[in-house]
Design a protein around this ligand. Structure first.
Ligand SMILES: NC(=O)c1ccc[n+]([C@@H]2O[C@H](COP(=O)([O-])OP(=O)(O)OC[C@H]3O[C@@H](n4cnc5c(N)ncnc54)[C@H](O)[C@@H]3O)[C@@H](O)[C@H]2O)c1
Ligand SMILES: O=c1ccn([C@@H]2O[C@H](COP(=O)(O)OP(=O)(O)O[C@H]3O[C@H](CO)[C@@H](O)[C@H](O)[C@H]3O)[C@@H](O)[C@H]2O)c(=O)[nH]1
Length: 329
């Protein structure tokens, strides 16, 4: 396996790269560092490049004899995607189409793709299985669904073999403590809550408490980043075994409200967190909970972090020891 990881300097990418490298796989990270961090790359091979730079991509594929790609590089913020749709369609759709062009030109036909729970929109039922209808409520989810559809067509016409992994809410940090979540600006709930515990923020805003949920706040399914990393490795192995293209959800199957996450963080840290009720954030579905039975059954995926407090503990360790993240942004 010679694996190109786009976006491998980012949050989920860096955890996957670290795990692949530990397993002795040949990995090359390709990232423009717009959001990612050089210090997060825990493998010897790094190319600073953009997925729009066809020449550099082609050089990387040839130079490292690449035969598969794990494609994390994208923009991924629900709220931002509603304000800046152009930026999202450009990077996530046009950028990925460019990557696919270069891959096909160089006969690289195995791809693991970062998709998202956001493709479902307001789900017709929970837990969400892969087959329910997809009606994304935000631009970000639409860009990922467009690419899933394109890959399906490319698979049929050009022999592309892909596995799209629809992650629910990624969280936590590697237990060794050397990599973790560092987005700038940070917009994700758990790191914001923990930054509030560290005194880096006054309070945590709860976006809407009038949803039709048990306490009025949005419900999400939080999945540890290393459990996601393991799923990428299983997906790669499946592609190398010659399995067909497929799509899988990745979540824990448990839903937590925003208020429950804040309470869990208070218990883990022992710190009282100041909360404010704020308006709803555009594009947010009320409830997203995964059924991950399909990937458990077909690829033997078995998430290890099933307790939300244990997950938050791993994130807390990272944030306490790295209050300024990687310190490069
Ligand atoms: N974080 C989540 O909860 C979550 C959930 C579902 C899906 N996803 C998807 O997983 C992937 C990774 O998410 P993340 O949270 O690690 O994000 P991230 O922003 O930390 O990582 C993305 C990486 O891609 C790089 N990148 C972006 N555009 C690029 C370009 N044009 N060329 C080269 N590199 C580029 C960035 O510099 C960054 O290092 C994304 O595709 C995202 O849509 C994330
Ligand atoms: O300051 C904050 C930040 C978030 N939230 C809420 O907390 C929940 C989780 O929000 P966030 O951590 O921003 O994640 P999501 O918007 O759910 O999106 C994440 O999870 C999706 C899958 O479910 C992925 O596709 C996205 O890439 C990833 O950013 C949502 O209900 C938010 O409205 C707050 O109330 N206050």
């Amino acid at each position: 396996m010679n694996i190109l990881v786009t976006g491998g300097a980012g949050y989920i990418g860096s955890h996957t790269v670290k795990m692949l490298n530990k397993m002795g796989k040949n990995v090359v990270v390709y990232d423009n560092l717009v959001k990612g961090h050089r210090a997060a790359v825990k493998c010897p091979n790094f190319v600073e490049g953009d997925i729009f730079d066809s020449e550099k991509l082609e050089w990387t594929i040839k130079n490292y004899n690449i035969d598969s790609v794990v494609h994390f590089a994208a923009y991924s913020l629900v709220g931002e995607s509603m304000e800046k749709p152009q930026m999202y369609y450009y990077n996530n759709v046009q950028g990925t189409l460019n990557l696919l062009d270069v891959m096909l030109k160089n006969n690289v036909k195995k791809l693991v793709f970062s998709s998202t729970a956001a493709v479902y929109g307001e789900p017709e039922r929970v837990p969400i299985t892969e087959d329910i209808s997809k009606n994304p409520t935000n631009v970000y989810g639409k860009t990922k669904l467009i690419m899933e559809n394109a890959m399906e067509d490319y698979s049929r016409s050009y022999g592309l073999k892909y596995i799209a992994l629809r992650y629910f809410n990624a969280c936590g940090a590697d237990v060794e403590g050397d990599i973790g979540e560092d987005h700038s600006p940070e917009t994700h709930l758990i790191p914001l809550v923990l930054q509030t515990c560290l005194g880096k923020r006054e309070s945590i805003k709860i976006f809407g408490d009038d949803y039709n949920t048990k306490d009025g706040t949005c419900v999400r399914d939080y999945i540890h980043v290393n459990d996601l990393a393991e799923a990428h490795i299983l997906a790669l192995e499946a592609l190398y075994e010659g399995r067909d293209s497929n799509v899988y959800n990745l979540g824990n199957g448990n839903g937590f409200t925003v208020k429950e996450i804040i309470e869990a963080a208070e218990e883990v840290t022992g710190i009282n967190i100041k909360k404010e009720i704020a308006p709803r954030r555009a594009g947010d579905p009320a409830v997203l909970i995964a059924s991950s039975d399909k990937i458990k059954r077909e690829l033997n995926w078995n998430p290890k972090f099933t307790d939300i407090k244990k997950i938050i503990e791993t994130a807390w360790r990272w944030h306490k020891n790295h209050p300024n993240g990687y310190g490069d942004k």
